[in-house]
Design a protein around this ligand. Structure first.
Ligand code: NAD
Ligand code: ZN
Length: 355
């Protein structure tokens, strides 16, 4: 089978591999629509996961089931499914502890394009199919549904980790696809004033449509200073980090109020240590919490997100700015995520439109 892979650090290309083997609880899926993630860029170009060789990329896909193992009860070949980026082993100890994304080891619920070949392939393998796949309903287009696999669940997790309550002032740092979903999550949870930190015009427009009250451009000066000025020196109740650099965590601590929460779903690369500004952190005594996490995955999460979209409460279509037709366009789509042109939020590649 063919796949689009990280061949070596800084090098991508098509590769040929054997079709994955199938165990009793697993499924093989043929993609209908896939989308590259900024995490693929961190992996290939920033060495964020360490060396990976000849590993097929991609962890955002909806597809059609090709084959299921003998013990799969709820799905059959031909079913159209949403495949979450995170596919935990649901029986594992960390899953029982409430952290399925870390089943089998820290971050090990993230398997595609991390520990095993990803979804940019003719066919890919899904573990624990009954617990990880969700049926793709007819009313949702594959190019929109693929925004649920990672972008929607991660952004909303940012809002969950921030524990946003009615009337909280919230700063969302980074308004790519994840930040935009975090922003919607903040609005859904009843935030008072939402500050969106970003610069790309298309992201700013969507952020405003999703509920941002004030836009802060990080290219126009230090963001903590800007937010503190806008809040008369008080800062905000909650910060969600969904973009930025290794300096961003420190800036978030500077702009959050004592007793506030900094939630981070960003994937940091480029330095081994993140700095906490001692003074702004009250020399350790400011009750400024930092909570970071990998997004939850699995079937129930996807079904819940689908319900939110169906009821009109969650908007995802605005994230898709570029649609390609055919697997041969995967290199172009990945390069777009790398370059981040002004009119881009997320590219989607439709792979088999006749299915
Ligand atoms: P993105 O690149 O589209 O968005 C990030 C945004 O941050 C960009 O618009 C960029 O311009 C902006 N930015 C850069 N520097 C900034 C700064 N100094 N201050 C404010 N904004 C700045 O990426 P995305 O797809 O939205 O993903 C966001 C992050 O979340 C990435 O690091 C990604 O790898 C990570 N991620 C994490 C999970 C998870 O489970 N925790 C899942 C998916 C993605
Ligand atoms: Zn991702």
């Amino acid at each position: 089978m063919k796949g689009f892979a990280m061949l070596a650090p800084n090098e991508v290309g098509f590769t040929e591999k054997d079709r994955p083997a199938l165990c009793a609880k697993d499924a093989l899926v043929r993609p209908l629509a896939v989308s590259p993630c900024t995490s693929d860029i961190h992996t290939v170009y920033e060495g964020a996961l360490g060396d990976r060789h000849d590993m097929i990329l991609g962890h955002e896909a909806v597809g059609v089931i090709v084959e299921v193992g003998a013990e799969v009860k709820d799905f059959k070949p031909g079913d159209r499914v949403i495949v979450p980026a995170i596919t935990p082993d649901w029986g594992a100890e960390r899953s029982q502890a409430g952290f399925p994304m870390h089943s089998g080891g820290m971050l090990a619920g993230w398997k595609f394009s991390n520990f095993k070949d990803g979804v940019f392939a003719d066919v890919f393998h899904v573990n624990d199919a009954d617990a990880n796949l969700a049926l793709l309903p007819d009313w949702l287009a594959p190019e929109h549904a693929v925004m649920l696999c990672d972008m929607a669940t991660t952004g909303l997790h940012g809002a969950e980790l921030a524990d946003i309550g009615f009337g909280h002032s919230v700063a969302v740092i980074g308004i790519g696809a994840v930040g935009l979903m975090a922003l919607q999550g903040a609005a859904l949870r009843g935030a008072g004033h939402i500050y969106a930190v970003g610069s790309r015009p298309i992201s700013v427009k969507v952020a405003q449509a999703f509920g941002a009250n004030t836009i802060v451009n990080y290219k126009e000066g230090p963001i903590a200073e800007q937010i503190l000025k806008l809040t008369n020196g008080e800062g905000v109740d909650r910060v969600i980090i969904a973009g930025g650099t290794t300096k961003t965590l420190g800036q978030a601590i500077e702009m959050v109020k004592p007793g506030g929460i900094v939630s981070t779903v960003n994937y940091y690369s480029g330095a081994d240590y993140l700095e906490i500004p001692r003074e702004a952190w009250g020399a350790g005594m400011a009750h400024k919490q930092i909570r970071g996490g990998l997004t939850p995955g699995g079937r129930l999460r996807m079904e819940q997100l689908l319900d939110m979209v169906e009821s009109g409460r969650l908007r995802i279509a605005e994230l898709v700015t570029h649609v390609f037709h055919g697997m041969e366009h995967l290199p172009e789509a990945l390069e777009l995520m790398h370059d981040k042109p002004k009119d881009l939020i997320k590219p989607v590649v439709l792979i088999d439109e006749d299915a």
